[in-house]
Design a protein. Sequence first.
Length: 239
Amino acid sequence: MVMRSFLASIRANSVALTCLFIAGLICLIAIPRVLVASSALSSALTIFALEQNFPVSVEEILIAERGLHNALSYGVDTAATNSQLSYLSLYKLTNTPPTSEARRELQLVRQRVEDALKRRPLDAYLWTRYAHVSYLLDGLSPYTLAALARSFQYGSDEYELFKFRMVLCVKEWQNLPTSLQQLTRKQVLYGAAQKRLWGQLLADMDTESGEQLLALLNEASIDTKEIEQRARWIKQTRQ
């Protein structure tokens, strides 16, 4: 009698039990993503601060990296997590003196970028980061050139990638293949109106790179007088 009542109760509430079961599965699926988002929150804020040129301490970067490593342990959205981790690591390494330990860590950063690219092969930001890491490790190698070409291909109009590509291409102008020189010229036209940025780039460059940049600007019929004035003003304020 008790068993019959139990079975009847199950049949009567089968829809509710099914919904409850599905809700439980959804929660199990969602929990790792919530934990990842929580772990990676500090890294998102830190990256935003770095991109906006706000002051960020080494300790804040290390905390953000620990959060991302924790997020990777859940195995969810690993491409985005690896991308953020490589950004922070690369920023830290390019702002510290070069050492053998730094080189080993750069190699780890390159591996993280490669892992992220396997899942997001059309991501211009990842290709740009790969070009940057490859250049720091091996100079203007075939891998660096290939990554740089894909950076242009997948993100030619991405303003956030503009500065790095221009600095690298102007610095290595004589060593670039013709195809990348042409892409650089198109990038100059894309940024033609960015006189403030041109001035900042010029102020940060050595004499040879600066002369090459001015030559490209003049070739594109961009008036360089204001740009040169701004570069001189920036240098004076740093003294």
